[in-house]
Design a protein around this ligand. Structure first.
Ligand SMILES: Nc1ncnc2c1ncn2[C@@H]1O[C@H](COP(=O)(O)OP(=O)(O)OP(=O)(O)O)[C@@H](O)[C@H]1O
Ligand SMILES: O=C(O)[C@H](O)COP(=O)(O)O
Length: 398
């Protein structure tokens, strides 16, 4: 494996250390509902603070449209970071400019400060050199501890590595080591389970993923575009009609290469996206124009569970349904429990990743029995696909 500069090589005492975390955590009504990503980041924060660094946290949160939006403020997340690490965490209402500069200038060694959402500036996602320079002015050293955002070549995930001494944080290091170990020579048959809601970002990588696995199990919002491609009505379900040709290509590739794609055979549908909304089990040709598919149905759950019994390795990103809303968590919870039991019995290797996927597996009480839980969703899938991750590549020793 290529070597990375880690915190072991970093001289951080009395230095201003810009630490890129992935604080893109699940929230509900402004409260953090799953702290896994924060817990994984905690060792890096405390190690740096204990070594006398001024620890300046950078992260994106959600997908604001390139300008400030209170809905996507990191302020409540910064508070949750403080609770997890058991130390005060300051907050600055911007990640560049006078507000950030003054907050950083007031720091003492060992202090921790969180800057506002980097995506409140459209230049972040463009990796704009002038914006990189403005961020870089705030620090002497850059630590990237956001493996789950390493598939983005953004200013704070990649650009800073060109202008400041760059190091992998402890979580980045642990993710790379654990994923390499778990998946170097996976036991076959191997399946990728892909669900969730980020259809446009993930559907087009399923073609490459198919080369690496024996079976592709598709659920969640992701499945709806495939169902639409097969001519099934999907009503008001989350679906990307523009990606129907891509879905058809992936289905054709599977047939041509003898790979199996497992799609839902029934669905749980409702007219409103709300907990306890009146719902029913529907056949695939029986989804009404005002209905949404919010979970896989009981026959689909049975299919997936019996498939698990035949498999040796499962790589999972994306829940099977809108698991935050009872009872649309049933598919995810049932499959997660079956996967966890098989793992505990030594029959299956289970590696799962993703902000909401981890929250769903915690909700199911299954995460502890999985072989490895990554914080990364999209980055995990791209890593599995064999793609270079810009936020990782920038850390490699040349
Ligand atoms: N059928 C569905 N309709 C609408 N939303 C769905 C459906 N199935 C799953 N979801 C939603 O998908 C979301 C999770 O998808 P997402 O792709 O963001 O996964 P993730 O694990 O967070 O990965 P990443 O870390 O890449 O974001 C959940 O909030 C869940 O409610
Ligand atoms: O949750 C994730 O997968 C990361 O935080 C990346 O978020 P993004 O897909 O909005 O870039």
């Amino acid at each position: 494996m290529t070597a990375f500069r880690t915190l072991d090589q970093a001289d951080v005492k009395d230095k201003r250390v810009l630490v890129r975390l992935d604080l893109n955590v699940p929230t509900e009504n402004g409260k953090v509902t799953d702290v896994t990503r924060i817990e994984r980041a905690a060792p890096t924060i405390t190690e740096l603070a204990d070594k006398g660094a001024k620890v300046i946290l950078l992260s994106h949160f959600g997908r604001p449209k390139g300008g400030p939006d209170p809905k996507y403020s990191l302020a409540p997340v910064a508070q949750a970071v403080g609770e997890v690490i058991g130390r005060p965490v300051g907050f600055a209402a911007d990640c560049i400019g006078a507000v950030a500069e003054q907050a950083v200038a007031a720091m003492k060694p060992g202090d921790v400060l969180c800057l506002e959402n980097t995506r409140f500036h459209k230049e972040e996602e463009k990796n704009d050199p002038a914006f990189v320079k403005q961020l870089a002015q705030l620090g002497d050293v850059w630590v990237n501890d956001a493996f789950s955002a390493a598939h983005r070549a953004h200013a704070s995930t990649e650009g800073l590595g060109h202008v400041l001494p760059a190091y992998a944080g402890r979580s980045m290091q642990a993710e790379l080591e654990a994923l390499t170990k778990a998946l170097e020579q996976p036991k076959r048959p191997v399946a990728a389970v892909v669900g969730g809601a980020k259809v446009s970002g993930k559907l087009d990588l399923l073609g490459n993923l198919l080369d690496k696995v024996d079976v592709l199990i598709i659920g969640g919002g992701m499945a709806n575009t495939f169902l639409a491609a097969q001519g099934h009505p999907v009503g008001k379900s989350l679906c990307e009609p523009d990606l129907i040709p891509t879905a058809n290509d992936i289905l054709a590739k599977a047939t041509a290469s003898g790979k199996q794609i497992l799609l839902p055979v029934d669905a749980v549908v409702a007219e409103t996206f709300a907990a306890n909304a009146p719902s029913r089990v529907a056949g695939l040709d029986d989804v009404g124009p005002n209905e949404m598919i919010l979970d896989i149905g009981p026959r689909s759950v049975e299919h997936v569970v019996s498939e698990l019994e035949r498999l040796k390795t499962v790589l999972w990103n994306g829940p099977f349904g809108a698991f935050e809303l009872t009872p649309f968590d049933t598919g995810t919870v049932t499959v997660a429990e079956a996967a966890a039991e098989l793992t505990a019995a030594g029959k299956l290797v289970t590696v799962a990743g993703g902000g909401d996927t981890v929250a769903a597996l915690n909700h199911a009480g299954a995460a502890d029995r999985f072989t490895y839980i990554s914080t990364a969703g999209g980055a995990f899938l791209e890593w599995l696909e064999g793609k270079a991750l810009p936020g990782v590549d920038i850390l490699k020793t040349k």
